[in-house]
Design a binder for this molecule. Structure first.
Ligand code: ACK
Length: 930
């Protein structure tokens, strides 16, 4: 219809069939047509073929034919030859210049009949009934195609032929753009199309839509969301204007800046706080900017003996927040000093920071002492605002006189049929000058029905008039100007049947008693100056126990020797012994870095079916519940003995996480000296951690049970195992933090394995831990000074603990620093004192301990060096012969007390001892309090 000149389609026959004719259309516009009208002649077969039509990616094309057709009845004189239809054909081809019509290569599309026909060509009225027929055909095999019209004897004029294909047009749905898409080959086919997010948007869920055969889009799925700082407007993402913000793509639209904040530029994702206002890290962007609180108000204090109740009112201004908390600082002001002596942590059980209440009881203060307490108010933005002491209020108080704390230890000596001598220590907190002690005692059988009271000024008393072979119960209490304190717990002693005076006490208890006495005596005499030295004295050929007592007494001397054998440092620094760092070792992964603890546990631990576990008996109590022994029969494996730790019912999420974290840690290790994790039970309750079974339990208890029964080589063998396990852990970058003999387990072959991987987190969570009561979690006696002071836990601090474990092992499970309290241990270490060599300890081992306890952690040996050193000692047992405490030529019973005192630098006590009747080593062993 639109072609101006001749079309010159191919026609067959070329004459007498289809002819190209110009006519006027209904609007009197000349158009080109192809006409044929051989209605009077039979056997017509006239073909008209279009030019080659490129397919252009289409798979189904539509052919719209407009034509007019004469009604046979309207033609006068026609016989049965007249037809009222024609046939439409197509032929796919890559060839765009086929010169003639190959009829048999064409495929028939349809026979086309007219909807309308006209009976008469009424040129005068220009009545032309135009038919429009559309047919579609699948064209998928070649680059293009030809169409052909076959006339079999009708009277037709082809007015127009329009060929087209359908597309689903470019569109935007759910903020995704879908391109113009050609429909599929079949009438029922749907083409799946992936959309792409419009500018400044991101995918929420993969955007998809289907293009139907008729060019309609169907079933939109997924879509995009405008980026933070942008919102949807008319199918596009537009920046939020100034004063508005959008923080997350999922937020519905731009929102007005919250109070006390602003945004100056378009596209803000968060509003900035006005000057003087702040936002905490955890505050959502929708929250108003806030301020730190003002100071707490009306702080009042009520002193009750050595306790102080502090109470205050919340700050006048909370800064627009509800997370106000308080921290408490306590300054001790000593009489005569200028100002404060320093900040002290509050007594036990009182958190110094993060208080939510406005009332605190501070107890166990010193009696009659001046204190200043400062209460700080803080909230979530205190840190961000850099607010300091301005928000605090303080109060000064003086504690009252208080009665003394109870006497904690009583011992009896010189027991006869009718008497015994009692002695005790001064109470921990005398809270003033002790004026008197009161001793209450009664026959155990009689209970307290009848008792006797004795009073004394000293810390000992001879109790006479007792019945023979009778158990008596004793209590002691002290009195100051403030009155009597509480009685001690009961101590029982029995009189004997006569003969030698003995008190039935365990060896350890007796040893401790003597130590305690000497220690206290020293403190009394020298105003606290006990100290440890490298013990290098001798011992006589007394029996093992006696030697140990004597040795321990010697340990508390006030001399300090240089290390006897500085050989260790030279040994470990020898290049032959230095162990190269192994490249490519596995690094331990902290399970707390996993958001989901279950993911960590299943990454590092095997889930065990509870039916494979057979629990036999309870063997102890762990931090989270019972520890049992039992058997595990995993599928296809032989049955083994296992230890089973369970998490007691009613646990919190945190407890569950902490409990399982031990397994997540343990599961990462594989070493003969690290306790092996068999697996976990998490799918049913109670939760369990299954490890290999260690027949001899924990090392400290095991050694105490077998006091003095192992050779030095056996002890060093145990230490070697522990060092090897620790080297493995340090190679993996894991810091244990709680290395102690109680956390080493021993199996039936005396193999020692490091266990207990629970402590590490407790300390890490809280940056203020070192300065708060959390310090109480730290095993002080085992912990390096820098870890106590500022939580510097490293492999070097583990090495310090290892030194303590060495001491525990060689002393058969003695308690490090005996019964000194933690504060005194910290002070002693600070002043340079170190544990002396235990009895019978080879000097090289003690030197190794001293090296582990170097103040400067860089000076301490590495576990690799320790391991090399121990290996060398085991290979050359001769080096282990040299003893600190038993110098062979001095091991003679005739050695005098005087010589012995001289050898340990305590000759100045000779006269005092002699005056008290101690003239021989023998007699010194019987040292009593008096
Ligand atoms: O000193 P014990 O007998 O050894 O008492 C404690 C108790 O459980 C609480 O921890 C013992 N224990 C822990 N793990 C094991 C284990 N794998 N094999 C044997 N005993 C264990 C520990």
């Amino acid at each position: 219809r639109t072609v101006p000149g001749e079309l010159k389609w191919a026609a067959s026959p070329s004459e007498g069939g289809w002819e190209e004719v110009s006519i006027m259309d209904e609007k009197n516009i000349p158009i080109r047509t192809y006409q044929v009208c051989n209605v009077l002649e039979p056997n017509q077969n006239n073909w008209l073929r279009t030019d080659w039509i490129p397919r252009s990616g289409a798979q189904r094309v539509y052919v719209e034919v407009k034509f007019t057709l004469r009604d046979c009845n309207s033609l006068p004189g026609v016989t049965g030859t007249c037809k009222e239809t024609f046939n439409l054909y197509y032929h796919e081809s890559n060839e765009d210049r086929e010169s003639y019509i190959k009829e048999n290569s064409f495929i028939k599309v349809d026979t086309v009949a007219a909807d309308e026909s006209f009976t008469q060509v009424d040129v005068g009225d220009r009545i032309m009934k135009l038919n429009t027929e559309v047919r579609d055909v699948k064209v998928t095999t070649r680059k293009g195609f030809y169409l052909a019209f076959q006339d079999v004897g009708a009277c037709i004029a082809l007015v127009s032929v329009r060929v087209f294909y359908k597309t689903c047009p470019l569109t935007v749905r759910n903020l995704a753009t879908f391109p113009d898409t050609i429909t599929g080959a079949d009438t029922s086919s749907l083409v799946e199309v992936r959309g792409s997010c419009v500018n400044q948007s991101e995918e929420r869920e993969e955007p998809k839509m289907y293009c139907g055969a008729d060019g309609e889009w169907l079933v939109p799925i997924g879509g995009c969301l405008c980026n933070p700082g942008y919102e949807e407007k008319g199918g596009a993402c537009k920046a939020c204007s100034a004063g508005f913000y959008k923080a997350k793509s999922t937020d519905p639209g731009c929102a007005k800046c919250p109070p006390h904040s602003h945004s100056l530029r378009d596209g803000a994702t968060v509003c900035d706080c006005h000057s003087g206002f702040f936002r905490a890290d955890s505050d959502p962007p929708s929250m108003a900017c806030t301020q730190p609180p003002s100071a707490p108000q009306q702080l009042i204090s009520v002193v009750n003996e050595t306790s102080v109740v502090l109470e205050w009112a919340p700050p006048h201004r909370l800064g627009g927040r509800s997370d106000t908390s308080y921290s408490l600082e306590c300054l001790i002001c000593q009489t005569g000093s200028h100002g404060h002596t320093g900040v002290r942590a509050l007594p036990r059980n009182h958190s110094i920071a993060g208080l939510k209440t406005t009332r605190v009881v501070v107890s166990e203060l010193r009696a009659h002492t001046h204190y200043t307490f400062i209460v700080h108010a803080r909230n979530g933005v205190s840190q961000a605002s850099g607010a300091g002491a301005a928000q605090s209020v303080s109060v000064s108080v003086t504690t009252n006189q208080a009665t003394p704390s109870p006497v904690s230890f009583i011992q009896a000596t010189d027991v006869t049929r009718h008497s015994l001598s009692l002695s005790w220590q001064q109470p921990d907190r005398p809270n003033g000058v002790i004026l008197e002690y009161e001793v209450k005692f009664y026959e155990k059988d009689q209970r307290e029905r009848s008792y006797r009271i004795m009073r004394t000024f000293s810390r000992s008393v001879d109790v006479t008039g007792l019945n023979p072979l009778t158990v008596y119960v004793f209590h002691v209490r002290a009195r100051t100007a403030a009155g009597y304190g509480e009685f001690s717990t009961p101590f029982e002693f029995s009189t004997n049947s006569g003969g030698a005076s003995t008190v039935k006490q365990s060896r350890t208890q007796r040893r401790r008693n003597i130590l305690t006495q000497v220690l206290h005596k020293n403190i009394r005499t020298h105003g606290c100056c006990f100290s440890f030295s490298s013990f290098r004295s001798t011992c006589t050929s007394y029996m093992h126990t006696a030697k140990r007592h004597l040795h321990n007494i010697c340990s508390y001397t006030t001399i300090s020797h240089p290390p006897l054998h500085p050989s260790f440092s030279s040994l470990v620094s020898s290049p032959a012994l230095a162990s190269p760092t192994v490249a490519g070792v596995k690094i331990y992964v902290d399970p707390f870095t996993y958001e989901d603890p279950d993911q960590a546990i299943h990454e590092f631990a095997k889930e065990i079916d509870v039916s494979c576990i057979h629990i036999e008996k309870v063997i102890g109590m762990g931090e989270f519940g019972e520890v049992c022994s039992g058997r595990l029969r995993a599928q296809g494996k032989r049955e083994i003995y296992v230890a089973i730790k369970s998490l007691k019912a009613g646990y919190s999420d945190k407890q569950r996480r902490d409990f399982l974290s031990e397994a997540s840690i343990m599961g990462q290790f594989d070493h003969p000296n690290i306790i092996r994790l068999e697996g976990v039970v998490t799918r049913c309750k109670p939760l369990m951690i299954i490890t290999e079974y260690m027949e001899n339990g924990s090392l400290d208890a095991f050694l105490r049970k077998h006091d003095g029964q192992f050779t030095v080589i056996q002890l060093v063998g145990m230490l070697r195992g522990i060092a090897s396990g620790m080297k493995y852990l340090s190679d993996m970058n894991y810091v244990h933090r709680d290395l102690a003999a109680r956390n080493i387990l021993v199996n039936s072959n005396l193999v020692c394995k490091v266990s207990d991987f629970g402590l590490s987190r407790v300390l890490e969570d809280d940056p203020e831990a070192a300065y708060t009561t959390r310090v109480r979690h730290i095993p002080i006696r085992w912990t390096a000074p820098e870890a106590i002071a500022y939580r510097k836990f490293t492999t070097a601090s583990d090495v310090w603990s290892y030194g303590i474990v060495m001491w525990e092992v060689v002393s058969y499970g003695e308690r490090p620093y005996w019964d000194m309290n933690n504060q005194d241990v910290i002070k002693a270490i600070e002043e340079g004192y170190r544990l002396p060599a235990p009895m019978d300890c080879p000097v090289v081992l003690h030197q190794l301990m001293l090296d582990c306890w170097e103040r400067d952690r860089a000076e301490r040996p590495t576990f690799s060096q320790i391991l090399n050193m121990l290996d060398k000692l085991i290979r050359n047992p001769g080096t282990l012969q040299v003893c600190v405490s038993v110098i062979p030529e001095m091991c003679v019973p005739e050695w005098s007390l005087c010589e012995w005192l001289q050898s340990i630098g305590l000759e100045r006590y000779r006269d005092t001892l002699a005056a008290a009747g101690y003239t021989s080593l023998d007699s010194l062993l019987a040292l009593t309090h008096q």
